[in-house]
Write a protein that binds this ligand. Structure first.
Ligand code: NAD
Length: 741
């Protein structure tokens, strides 16, 4: 529905224009961003054309204009670039990408140099292109509403702000602050945070005040210019040629390396270059430099990977593509969390934070209280940082009831079990509580290794029983892997999905299998790293390769943290299960290394004080164990660095294909999101399956490289049939969003 135009509108804008021109009797024009037929305003081609048109009109009517207010009639102010368009831009479209970036810049530049005051009345989130538009205004006022965010998060999708955002942020804040506070991390600020960090000028608390203050600015500043257009303007903090700044500059490449671990993330590098180069030239030249760096990123593969996974796949996963459509959502009111250890305590916090009453049960009341104390600590920290209020803290804590008495679980409509990893214990625990909780309560286990179908055998109502695999630390890890057992009903799956969304986590849905999807696939990564030690590859090379591939944790250090004994226990359980089912157990070259490390060298991992690394008394890593070279090293055996790196990435990607083939995974989006958000598969790849799509030469290129690795390092790299077939048919994994013509 379109709101009627205000008084004395001049001209008749096109009925379907995404920007309305509303001029009042006092000569103030309100530009209302309100793209018809779309839920949010984005900078698609049509919108850019409209922006160009209003800029031209403002210029034509300049003499009679008293001021301009830019605001939006949507929930968000302006969402930024249109990702469905951006992901389709291929290397052949570089000229179009460059021209579009320049067109946005020209329109914004026209508006900011009219000489009349221009105010951004930011009524909702202004991220990316939205904040770039606001930056081109002389005054920025933001309405303080929950969920409103301000910033330039382009870097998180492998891009840079190409609508003048780099150029203006540098001129507004200085190079250092622009880079560290805004551009390189893509921080999204609350309205108050944006004010404190100098991104906006005012924060107001009501829509009426937003309009009023915008008017007041126009009345008080009949002429307005940007600070950077004033004579004698200097970039705050100096430019690279000034001695003060020159002293800071060398720290930047090191910071970048710290941010990316040396992995192939081109965006931070281009942002740094655009900021530094652009600071030493005039505004117009800086804009052209920015457009070039933008074009390089938007036509490249990394941005496509990141947009595909972190925008489209994430949206698909969260919107419930894997949720059965029948069952009506029924929000959980009271949840029983069984076991108040590491995981139970974190799960209790996450549920209470979402407004759910939690009964936290452990064997003793003290243990349960200790579990609740974890929430207290998190909240006290948040309070100290101003991220919560005392009232919110107390309310959240009041929702958690610690207990050792099963009777207190009466009325719970969902159960999440997180006791020790032991089948018999889990069965006993469910038996104890199943008659106490609501008769149709959803029954979830947070097991990380026990097959859900097997666990369900000892649980009454197996149709209501499902795996809910959280990651540690629960308060920070956004993913939950929902594991559907052989007898799990559709209703339980839908309720589990809704519960995960209710607590603001991202659900992926997988079918039961040993290690489900995430633990199984990360196991391939760990095994591959360890296997290379067995071949005599220097441990430092293995660790460096993992870091440079973009893994957040190096492979041997992660293995140490998880302990080698855990890996061995899971291996033994799997072996027994395979053999019991009449299969043959093949094992992995890593097994022999793990066995020697644990049995011969007594180095079971960090918890045992020694593993692939040495540890100080307090558990800090002091360095790789020199014994690795002595006992495993083979200086004559050379494995190319590219192979070391790709063996880890391929081991995971190939197993994800097998998961898809076996029906463990039912969607590509689940695989990509689960791998990035759950197990640290490098984000630049767009996730395990997008990595294959984006590999040089596409699926055929990936399959050929897999065959090469198989010939050198073993059958586990042989491409699965699904990959081969898809490669032959010219298909890819998942949606076709990023196909270029
Ligand atoms: P933990 O040892 O920290 O906590 C287990 C808790 O369960 C202890 O507080 C213990 O007292 C309690 N408990 C034992 N018997 C109980 C009973 N009969 N009734 C109530 N409470 C009982 O273990 P954790 O790391 O929190 O793991 C719990 C579960 O979560 C395991 O199944 C584990 O495999 C799984 N998991 C762990 C992680 C992780 O990273 N730690 C990640 C995902 C899943």
């Amino acid at each position: 529905a379109r709101t009627p135009q205000t008084t004395a509108t001049t001209g008749t804008p096109e009925a379907d224009a995404p920007i309305r021109w509303e001029r009042d009797g006092t000569g103030v024009v309100t530009l209302v961003l309100d793209d018809p037929g779309r839920s949010a305003n984005t900078l698609h081609q049509g919108f850019v054309a409209a922006l160009t048109a209003v800029a031209a009109r403002a210029e034509a009517e300049r003499e009679t204009l008293r001021g301009i207010v830019v605001t939006s009639a949507k929930k968000t102010f302006l969402a930024g670039g249109d990702l469905t368009e951006l992901i389709r831009i291929g290397p052949a479209d570089a000229a179009v990408a460059f021209d579009t970036s320049m067109a946005v810049k020209r329109a914004l530049r026209t508006i900011e140099t009219l000489g009349v005051p221009v105010v951004a009345a930011i009524n909702g989130s202004a991220l990316g292109g939205g904040y770039e538009l606001a930056l081109a205004c002389h005054h920025r006022i933001v309405l303080d509403a929950p969920g409103t965010r301000i910033g330039l998060p382009e870097v998180t999708l492998g891009l840079l702000p190409g609508g003048g955002g780099v150029t203006r942020a540098v001129r507004l804040l200085g190079i250092t602050d622009a880079l560290l506070k805004v551009l390189l991390q893509g921080t999204q600020y609350t309205p108050r945070g944006a004010l404190e960090n100098g991104l906006v000028h005012e924060v107001v608390t009501s829509p009426g005040e937003l309009t009023e203050r915008a008017r007041a600015f126009i009345d008080a500043h009949p002429e307005s210019h940007q600070p950077w257009d004033a004579p004698g303007y200097r970039i705050p903090g100096g430019t690279p040629s000034s001695p003060r700044f020159a002293a800071e500059l060398p720290a930047f490449p090191a910071n970048l390396k710290k941010q990316t671990g040396g992995a192939p993330y081109p965006a931070p590098r281009n942002i740094l270059a655009a900021a530094v180069e652009g600071s030493q030239v005039d505004f117009a030249t800086a804009q052209t430099i920015e457009a070039r760096h933008f074009t390089e990123l938007v036509t490249g593969q990394t941005a496509k990977n990141m947009i595909q996974a972190l925008f489209f796949d994430l949206q698909s996963v969260n919107s419930g593509a894997s949720r059965p459509t029948g069952p009506e959502p029924r929000p959980v009111r009271r949840v029983a969390v069984l076991g108040a250890g590491t995981m139970g305590a974190g799960i209790a916090y996450a549920c209470a934070r979402a407004g759910i009453d939690v009964v936290l049960k452990d064997v003793t009341a003290d243990a349960a209280r200790a579990g609740k104390a974890y929430s207290e600590r998190l909240l006290d920290k948040a309070l100290a940082r101003g991220r919560t209020t005392g009232e919110q803290r107390d309310a959240l804590l009041a929702r958690i009831t610690p207990t050792a008495d099963a009777a207190d679980l009466a009325g719970c409509d969902a159960v999440i079990e997180a006791v020790f990893e032991d089948t018999a214990l889990k069965h006993a625990v469910f038996q104890e509580i199943v008659k106490v909780v609501a008769p149709d309560a959803l029954l979830c286990s947070n097991t990380s290794t026990l097959p859900i179908t097997l666990l369900a055998e000892g649980v009454e109502r197996p149709a209501d029983f499902i795996g809910l695999h959280f990651f540690s630390p629960v308060d920070r890890m956004p993913l939950v892997e929902i594991v559907r057992g052989g007898r799990t009903g559709e209703g339980a799956l839908a309720r589990a999905f809704d519960l995960v969304r209710q607590i603001n986590k991202t659900p992926i849905v997988v079918n039961d299998s040993r290690g489900f999807f995430t633990s199984r696939v990360i196991g391939r990564f760990l095994n591959e790293g360890v296997a290379m030690i067995g071949e005599g590859v220097p441990a430092a090379s293995v660790e460096q390769a993992a870091a440079q591939a973009g893994y957040p944790a190096k492979v041997l250090s992660l293995m140490d943290d998880l302990t080698l004994t855990l890996g061995r226990r899971i291996r033994e359980e799997t072996r027994r299960a395979v053999e019991a089912a009449g299969g043959t157990w093949t094992g992995h070259p890593a097994d022999a290394v793990v066995d020697r490390m644990a049995d011969e060298f007594h180095r079971p991992g960090r918890a045992g004080g020694a593993g692939f690394y040495d540890y100080a008394e307090d558990g800090t890593r002091t360095g790789l164990w020199p014994g690795l070279a002595e006992h495993f090293g083979r200086p004559d055996h050379q494995v190319p660095f590219a192979d070391i790196q790709e063996r880890m990435l391929f081991a995971e990607a190939l197993d994800a294909v097998r998961c898809l083939e076996e029906g463990v995974l039912t969607s590509v989006a689940d695989a990509n999101i689960g791998s990035i958000m759950g197990i640290g598969f490098p984000a630049w790849t767009g996730g395990v399956l997008q990595y294959i799509n984006g590999y040089e030469g596409g699926l055929p290129g990936f399959a050929a490289r897999a065959r090469e690795l198989a010939a050198r390092y073993g059958d586990r790299f042989t491409p699965p049939a699904l990959l081969v077939t898809k490669a032959e048919r010219g298909e890819r994994f998942g949606a076709e969003q990023q196909r270029t013509g």
